[in-house]
Design a protein around this ligand. Sequence first.
Ligand code: AMP
Length: 381
Amino acid sequence: MSFSSLGLSESLLQAVAAQQYPHPYPVQQEAIPAILKGRDILGIAQTGSGKTASFVLPILQQFQGKAVSKSRRVKTLVLVPTRELAVQVSEVFKSFGSQLPRKVKTLAVYGGVSINPQMMQLQGTEVLVATPGRLLDLISSKAVHLSEVETLVLDEADKMLNLGFEEEMNKIFALLPSQRQNILFSATLSNKIEDIRENLLRDPVMIEIKAEEGLTPDLISQVAYAVSPEQKGPFLRYLIKSENMQQVLVFVSSTRTADNVVGKLVKNGIPAAAMHSKKSQGARTEALSKFKSGKTPVLVATDLASRGIDIQFLPYVINYDLPRSPKDYVHRIGRTGRAGASGKAISLITPEDQHHFKIIQKKMGKQVELITPADIDLKGY
Ligand code: AMP
């Protein structure tokens, strides 16, 4: 199937071509035509499935031909759980939007940074991507109004609920006009999500993408190395240097490990930064942008902080620590090998991890070669 069969206009198709997406992902095949028809959507899809473009493209198309708004009354509201996701979703709107004749002013607003610049930029914003708390602050300062919202998107709704945003979300829903299109994406279906579906969605088109369908596992080569806990650090540095890795995302299980790993990498002459919940928003944004631009080749992150890191063509992912859940494993490795580029996922497996790693492979339905690096001299790493 090609993008041209989904009902997108010529200029949107050109914007897609500029991103070099060869063909639509399953979630896009289903969501794009339905959203263009004005239908509500309930999408069960994970990060990596291509869900962002599946709502960004039809929403941008709906703006084409409409008068440009100069007010503070946003037309599309996208609610997201985290600052990182807010920035990333708005970037997808901006990068597709930049190719279109009719510009759509898009803004990301989130807490943890000064509110004033956001207030000023809201004038003329048509697509607002927001975390719930900051949005309510902006509403009470009258910096933004929701009375003209035509499309509501809830992205990663399950995560918003898990982070305790239910009350804020309900307050926001109460301020929306009753006539509108609703698009809900969640990685999982729970009773709470069912409640939102009942209360918010009108006869939604149901789209369900299994985790594996969204990924491109064939493009990801996976290997694992059997190491002792003491060898992990030197072996990581050995891998980065010997494979000359220019961009690698390293997953660890705790904030402390993240800081330790970064400290040792830097001491050994490998520029690296940590991304975890104890870092300030400013530090996280800076770490991410330096990683994206290639200035810092190594980013060491915990699972939570890494959600929403959306980088195309990430060549390497290393599991310094294995995640607890097989789902997180699939999620992590799905960050490489995207958009048709091949990628490599490497896991460091201690004797204690071996049993758990077997379970992960079983759940994933794929065997990963476990290499014992016998003859490698780790002295000096
Ligand atoms: P998402 O699930 O929205 O976070 O998107 C996952 C990644 O897939 C992003 O890096 C997108 O740029 C990329 N992507 C989305 N749609 C396509 C497509 N049709 N072809 C190739 N890459 C895509």
